[in-house]
Design a protein around this ligand. Structure first.
Ligand code: BGC
Length: 267
């Protein structure tokens, strides 16, 4: 059954491209009003909105740097002013700044932490505050609110050359679990989706090069690189009441990347 998010409002961070854009569109398709957050590319954010409107949906584009407390608070204020409340948060905005560990600058460590972990904290806190303020509205959903973190297989798979990124994703997992435990009595569900290699700008260098793409496929038992929509469909379902008894968990959408693929022919 297709997910039903009618009369609910979802805020998706980093919704101008890649997985965030696909999630925003999938949520719009499921009937939600969509707040399209972006940081830099206003044209791409407008394009997300146009695609949602073309499907008969509604939305609002809001620029904000998720790592800045004032901007996050203002973003939630604009969302609430426009649609009355926020029912679902998808904490998707994330970046990579890769380097060998011994060469990693404090700036690159901090920049990744600021967006990937502090940004998720700030948005999740504002969403949870709004869910607690509003409480349950039974006609819309059996939960008072839903938060989905977009994590990564690298919340459990170490990745040489990406210490800042893996640390941010590992931290995200404990943030998600602790929030889920703390907020369950208020009927707030908190979960993560951990994508594997999905074709977006973040890893374009790899999948657009035939040799690197072939090497990447050796890490994916299911033998295809993922599409943003593979993640988006799961997000729409996880946000819906169909998934009401799921909280505090991580769903891997990775074609088996976390199955230790090298053990298929060895060990
Ligand atoms: C990273 C991608 C990478 C994928 C699988 C993601 O979290 O952002 O660059 O392709 O994990 O390794």
């Amino acid at each position: 059954m297709a997910a039903n998010l009618q009369h609910q409002t979802v805020l998706v961070t980093g919704a101008s491209s890649g997985i965030g854009q696909a999630i925003a569109i999938a949520m719009g398709k499921a009937g939600a009003n969509v707040i399209i957050n972006y940081h830099e590319d206003d044209k791409a954010a407008d394009d997300t909105l146009r695609q949602i409107e073309a499907l008969g949906g509604t939305g609002l584009v809001v620029k904000a740097d998720v790592s800045k407390e004032v901007e996050v608070i203002e973003m939630f204020n604009s969302a609430i002013k426009k649609f009355g409340t926020v029912d679902i948060l998808v904490n998707n905005a994330g970046i990579q700044k890769d380097s060998k560990f011994v060469d990693m600058s404090l700036k690159d460590w901090q920049t990744v932490m600021d967006t990937n972990l502090t940004g998720q904290f700030l948005c999740a806190r504002e969403a949870a505050r709004e869910f607690c303020r509003r409480g349950l509205v039974g006609e819309r959903s059996v939960a008072a609110g839903k938060i989905i973190f977009i994590s990564s297989v690298h919340n459990i798979v170490p990745w040489a050359g990406h210490a800042n990124y893996t640390a941010s994703k590992g931290g995200e997992t404990m943030l998600m679990k602790t929030m889920a435990q703390e907020l369950a009595p208020q009927k707030i569900r908190v979960n993560s989706i951990a994508p594997g290699a999905i074709k977006t700008d973040i890893n374009k260098k790899v999948w657009s090069d035939p040799q690197q793409a072939a090497e990447l496929l050796r890490l994916i038992p299911y033998q295809r690189i993922g599409e943003p929509d593979d993640v988006a469909k799961v997000a729409a379902w996880l946000a819906s009441d169909e998934a009401d008894y799921i909280t505090g968990t991580t769903i891997y959408v990775d074609g088996g990347m976390t199955l230790y693929p090298e053990f298929a022919h060895g060990g």
